[in-house]
Design a protein around this ligand. Structure first.
Ligand code: UTP
Length: 300
């Protein structure tokens, strides 16, 4: 690790979006609280930050923030009821989420876009590089991504985005990166970024997915970033400026991720995440797989 780079310890998790793709489930519940098997999606995300060494977590919340805060807080009533019953297994499950990390919360107010949500983290983050993990983007715990991104940031400085190759007809759903190769097969240098381009205008098929390690100069840029696509302040627009001028905030690199990722804000992907993770669970998997096999054989 280079001495001049401070160790990254803070993770920012934007979870203030409206979750309109998942209505009516998200009318009174944040989409990040929807269960994936038996844990809310957001707990996987916080666990990922912690396993990458980031145990100071700032969540950007909006309306309906109470369930998020409560989930990562103690629940004395439930704990004492389970204690009285002598149910150590369930007690451990209840305590797991409150013992994970040091949690902080800030309200976004109006959901003016992901860039605006990240800007809300400026007073907490200060002048250090920090990670951003989107609360509805689930990276399979067996395919560590953030850890690698932190390593790349420590090696090169600047900022690091996570990239995934997608089919050309999918690229309009993502931010897209124009890249050059580096000496590492899983790392590219990013020299331009475009938010949700058409297949014809896309500079590559590298889509930006919901993990970032950012240089704090991003805050200065975000303060000046005008609302872009969809009338929202776009993080991609600010990153594009970082990538265009290395003198401000250093280079932007991309880590190419080939593992399993689920957008739990999308109903189809959410179902796939549950089926896949349930199949692989030691406790539920054997029975569930047997049922799934016969279901597929009968119904499909
Ligand atoms: P999405 O693009 O998925 O938007 O946000 P959304 O509003 O949450 O969901 P849909 O599209 O209406 O269903 C990507 C991430 O950025 C956060 C969201 O919570 C999600 O983690 N976000 C988005 C904010 O925190 N604030 C915003 O203003 C917008």
């Amino acid at each position: 690790m280079t001495q001049s780079h401070p160790r990254i310890s803070k993770a920012v998790i934007p979870a203030a979006g409206l979750g309109t793709r998942f209505l009516p489930a998200t009318k009174a519940t944040p989409k990040e609280m929807l269960p994936v098997v038996d844990k809310p999606a957001i707990q996987y995300v916080v666990e990922e930050a912690v396993s990458a060494g980031l145990d100071d977590v700032l969540m950007i919340t909006g309306r309906n923030k109470r369930p998020l805060e409560d989930h990562f807080d103690r629940n004395y009533e439930l704990e004492s009821a389970l204690q009285k019953k002598g149910d150590a297994g369930r007690l451990a499950k209840v305590q797991e989420s409150s013992d994970l990390a040091t949690m902080h919360y800030v309200r976004q107010g109006d959901p003016k876009g992901l860039g605006h949500a990240v800007l809300c983290a400026a007073p907490h983050v200060g002048h250090e590089p920090f990670a951003v993990l989107l609360g509805d983007d689930l990276i399979d715990p067996r395919d560590p991504l953030l850890k690698r991104m932190v390593e790349v940031q420590e090696q090169h400085g600047g900022s690091v985005v996570a990239l995934m190759e997608v089919a050309p007809e999918q690229i309009h759903l993502y931010g897209c990166a124009a890249v050059d190769p580096t000496g590492d097969s899983d790392v590219v240098k990013v020299h331009d970024l475009v938010e949700k381009p058409s297949a014809a205008d896309a500079p590559s098929n590298y889509a930006i997915i919901g993990r970032y390690v950012l240089d704090p100069h991003i805050f200065d840029i975000l303060r000046k970033t005008e609302p872009g696509r969809g009338g929202e302040i776009q993080l991609t627009d600010a990153l594009q400026q970082l990538a265009a001028d290395e003198k401000v905030g250093g280079p932007v690199h991309g880590v190419v991720f080939k593992g399993r990722r689920y957008d739990t804000g999308d109903r189809g992907d959410y179902l796939r995440a549950i089926v896949r993770l349930a199949c692989e669970r030691e406790d539920l998997g054997p029975d569930f797989r047997t049922w799934l096999r016969s279901y597929v054989a009968e119904e499909m």
